[in-house]
Design a binder for this molecule. Structure first.
Ligand code: NAD
Ligand code: 6OD
Length: 496
């Protein structure tokens, strides 16, 4: 955690990072950051108010028209490679900070969150260097013709609003391409996970990224830093990852100024397991899709449809998988499951556990709070949970829970599986398990989701389009698709 101890304080203060400096809010307001593992106070976070948001946006604007805007692309991309290297050099500090804020197993953050945090800078530096240009020769009545070519310019000051489930990964997934395209950013990390975004400020300074290119303001959403940022007249676009209803609030906030948005929102993702699947691979893959990061992955699976002949065997195998996951301290190598992010989120997840019972579910495993010893008893733990027997109309099957749980239901035909998977207002990701090649392609083509995985889950190539259909998002990012959002095209027409 980026910690600065004030003489009178027992815990660290996490400051905003504005114009290259760590700054406290002029209001002096702070909020607590507690550990999801044991409820311990980890730090006091300085809550940005109007003055800090204004200062951050102005710093970003000054850098855009100043030192950052003056760089050649090669100079800019060299700095981004340096950012990636510096994150890797400070790997342990990032790991510690991410694990402290989220409580997730250190092994998970070591293999996913932190490496991707670095890769997001390197890959998008590569992408912008290789983007093809657009050129047309146009006929004219005098037969001399004209040439048209498009130039890409940065969109400007980008507001990046990030969630808490994969804090560094998801924040840099936006900051990497935004900076690669020559924009400057004001980041509002989740109030639950302020640390790695703050640490990244130190990295930016260390490698010589000009002041004001990367700014961080801390706070909450409505009535706080998040809303103040989206309503600020100085921002040119908002890129947001989080809940669908927050996306709706942000759209309203930017509507009067007609600012563009890129949204990666919620999901209620399906897994379809055909009887011809590689059974062990499907159990392993769906086990990760349901329980990884304590089920707090937007791409995770909360609805599993299994072809009837395999149903009982699959339920039993997934149950065994769930029961093998031991909750515990993040740094303990035996820990298979971390806590949820907060007591508030635990209350929400447990309300769905209760709803499932009320709706008549068969609780295959879990459904409650695990018994934890000592200080851990104050953490935000829930049991990994599996249900069967719910109607598709149950809130547990329709709404995103964002916990380590899923409902399984048998199906009889391919058409039925596709219909069930698509029967949702969301459309983020669907996972299909089959060894029949033609079936894989046939079903994939009918799935209404932005991401379809066949015989794998969360296998990511950052050059591919990423995003959600229906209420799971607006737009696609990844590879050249990120450039569509983070740059603007200007066409130049030259009469010959
Ligand atoms: P959230 O929407 O509550 O918060 C996300 C961020 O938005 C936080 O920084 C929060 O402070 C801020 N915010 C909240 N209200 C705001 C407002 N009115 N104006 C401006 N900012 C506001 O989401 P969360 O609880 O942090 O994350 C979990 C959700 O995110 C789940 O729904 C999950 O599916 C979704 N998610 C989606 C993806 C994806 O790629 N589609 C990835 C990760 C998480
Ligand atoms: O891998 C990514 O780029 C990405 N955006 C993952 C999202 C995970 C959601 O929790």
């Amino acid at each position: 955690m980026s910690q600065v101890l004030m003489p009178s304080q027992k815990v660290a203060t996490i400051f905003n990072f504005i114009g290259g400096e760590f700054v406290a809010a002029t209001s002096g307001k702070t909020f607590d950051k507690r550990s999801p593992v044991d409820g311990r106070l980890l730090g006091l976070v300085s809550e940005a108010g109007e003055a800090e948001v204004d200062r951050a946006v102005n710093a970003a604007r000054a850098a855009l028209t100043g030192p950052w805007g003056a760089l050649e692309m090669a100079e800019r991309t060299e700095l981004l490679y340096a950012v990636a290297s510096e994150i890797n050099r400070r790997f342990d500090a990032f790991l510690q900070a991410e694990v402290a804020d989220t409580g997730k197993p250190a092994s998970l953050a070591r293999h996913i969150d932190i490496p991707r945090g670095a890769a997001n800078f390197k890959i998008f530096a590569d992408v912008v260097k290789n983007v093809p240009g657009e050129f047309f020769r146009t006929d004219t009545p005098d037969r001399q013709g004209a040439i048209n070519y498009a130039i890409r310019v940065p969109k400007g000051v980008i507001a990046v609003i990030a969630p808490w489930n994969l804090p560094l990964l998801l924040m840099t997934w936006k900051v990497g391409p935004a900076l690669a395209c020559g924009n400057t950013v004001v980041v509002k990390p989740s109030e639950e996970t302020p640390s790695t975004a703050t640490l990244l400020g130190e990295v930016m300074t260390a490698v010589g990224v000009p002041k004001g290119v990367y700014n961080v303001i801390h706070g909450f959403g409505p009535g706080s830093a998040g809303e103040l940022l989206t309503r600020h007249p100085g921002i040119d676009a908002v890129t947001f990852t989080g809940e669908t209803r927050t996306g709706a609030a942000i759209m309203k906030a930017v509507a009067d100024r007609v600012r563009p948005v890129s949204f990666e929102l919620g999901g209620k993702n399906a897994g379809i397991v055909f009887a011809d699947c590689d059974f062990d691979a499907a159990v392993e893959g769906m086990g990760r899709a349901v329980f990884a990061n304590c089920g707090q992955v937007c791409l995770g699976t909360e609805r599993v449809y299994v072809e009837r002949p395999l149903f009982e065997r699959f339920v039993a195998a997934l149950k065994a998988k769930a029961e093998s996951l031991k909750p515990g301290r993040p740094e303990d190598a035996k820990t298979g499951l971390g806590p949820l992010i907060s007591q508030e989120h635990r209350t929400k997840v447990l309300s769905y556990y209760e709803q499932a019972r009320k709706d008549g579910a068969t609780v295959v495993t879990g459904g409650g709070i695990p018994k934890m010893e000592g200080e851990l008893a104050r953490g935000c733990w829930v049991e990994p949970t599996i249900w069967t027997g719910l109607p598709e109309s149950s809130a547990v099957v329709r709404e995103e829970i964002f916990g380590p749980c899923c409902h399984l239901r048998p199906f009889d035909t391919e058409e039925e599986a596709v219909r069930l998977a698509n029967d949702t207002r969301y459309g983020l990701a669907t996972t299909i398990w089959t060894t029949k090649l033609a079936r894989a392609h046939r079903v994939a083509a009918k799935i209404e989701a932005g991401i379809i995985w066949v015989n794998c889950w969360f296998l990511r190539d950052l050059r591919t389009p990423f995003g959600g259909s229906k209420q799971s998002g607006i737009g696609r990012e990844g590879g050249v698709h990120s450039l569509e959002f983070y740059t603007e095209l200007r066409n130049v027409c030259v009469k010959l």
